[in-house]
Design a protein around this ligand. Sequence first.
Ligand code: GDP
Ligand code: IMO
Ligand code: MG
Length: 429
Amino acid sequence: MANVTVIGAQWGDEGKGKIVDWLASRADCVVRFQGGHNAGHTLVVGDTTYKISLVPSGIVTGTLSIIGNGVVLDPWALKAELEKLAGQGVTVDRSNFAVADNCPLILPFHRDLDALRETAAGKGKIGTTGRGIGPAYEDKVGRRAIRVCDLAHLDDLDAQLDRLCAHHDALRAGFGEPPIDRAKLIEDLRGIADFVLQFAEPVWKRLRDVRKAGKRILFEGAQGVLLDVDHGTYPFVTSSNTVSGTVASGTGMGPNAAGFVLGIVKAYTTRVGSGPFPSELEDETGELLGKRGHEFGTVTARKRRCGWFDAVLVRQTCALSGVTGIALTKIDVLDGFETIKICTGYRLNGEIIDYLPAHAADQAAVEPVYEEMDGWEGTTVGARSWADLPAQAIKYIRRIEELIECPVASVSTSPERDDTILVRDPFEG
Ligand code: GDP
Ligand code: IMO
Ligand code: MG
């Protein structure tokens, strides 16, 4: 099986974009299968930095890039992103880009509702990206969504709009907002329809053919397993399933398409938005990690919360996603620390536990149990082989492998595409 599935094994921003870009040149096709433009993936290639939210990161290498049906698609965000990429010299056309015709759309009132709810929640807010992701997924499972294929039938949308508006107008009234302006919505959709439709197709068919031809598919996950709507730190999660299993439902391929599951893991831990974070450091060390790691969100520019590596969480997410091997990223950010801690268990109500419990109050109450290791002298920045790493850094990596019960397939040592140590090629299984 030559396919590879990349997923985030923490709370997102693990460096998935860099790894997908690095692998993309050896793939025939890169596919997004969940999430939307809440993702923010930064790729550094030579002097150029690409910030990508919706389109698969493989687009930068010109690899066939596909948005699967599991993604919620904001048509205006798509246009803006493709225009930005064109400005950076990345050509996107029907030969290298396709969108599933059954993708649900994110519409302007989804974004409004996202913001209204967050504002109303005050301190209890989730800290969403404000992109309308949650409300769009609600409409999908509520069987009210407008989908990409509907853009070709805008004159026949009345009954669908009745259902959709009845639902949203009631919600909007509760927030003191006027009803949806249906005429404007249709006009706006008319303005964008052709742009989206030029890329629309039944992508499951294209993927079936790619597979039949024995080609390699790279599935690009967004967010991370701890933000999964079932398995994450609920309710402080996103509204999609971020685990590897979503490859099947989010693309129209069977579960055996996933291939090698590569979990992307940061050498420490970060999180954007609210919710429990057992190993969070609200002190100078946390500040230092954030500063050295440039931990600011790609999408919202929010400061990311930082903490030590939490092996309990990553062991759990690797199990939840059937991770075959991990790509450890940002090891270079730990250069220069005299000592480094790893969370190996939690204390809850006087007992030691080895997993994150499901209940939100328990998740907030667990206290990390740490082991401490010496840091290393010298630098890991830009290392491209084990021989370039200080011995103590290798010891840290080996200890992580042991604790999470999963082997390291690669180590990333800077934002730059080629500053990566390959241990085991995921495409070779
Ligand atoms: P993603 O959402 O998982 O794709 O990750 P983001 O792109 O949001 O955040 C990861 C950040 O770390 C980006 O700015 C990357 O350029 C950067 N990055 C990725 N790998 C490394 C690495 O090994 N070392 C350092 N210092 N930065 C990295
Ligand atoms: P990438 O792909 C980090 C977080 C938000 C918030 C929660 C819900 O770059 O790793 P949403 O807008 O999805 O309803 O917000 O999920 N979140 C992310 N955090 N990286 C991401 O994507 C994220 N996408 C959403 O901060 O806590
Ligand atoms: Mg990101």
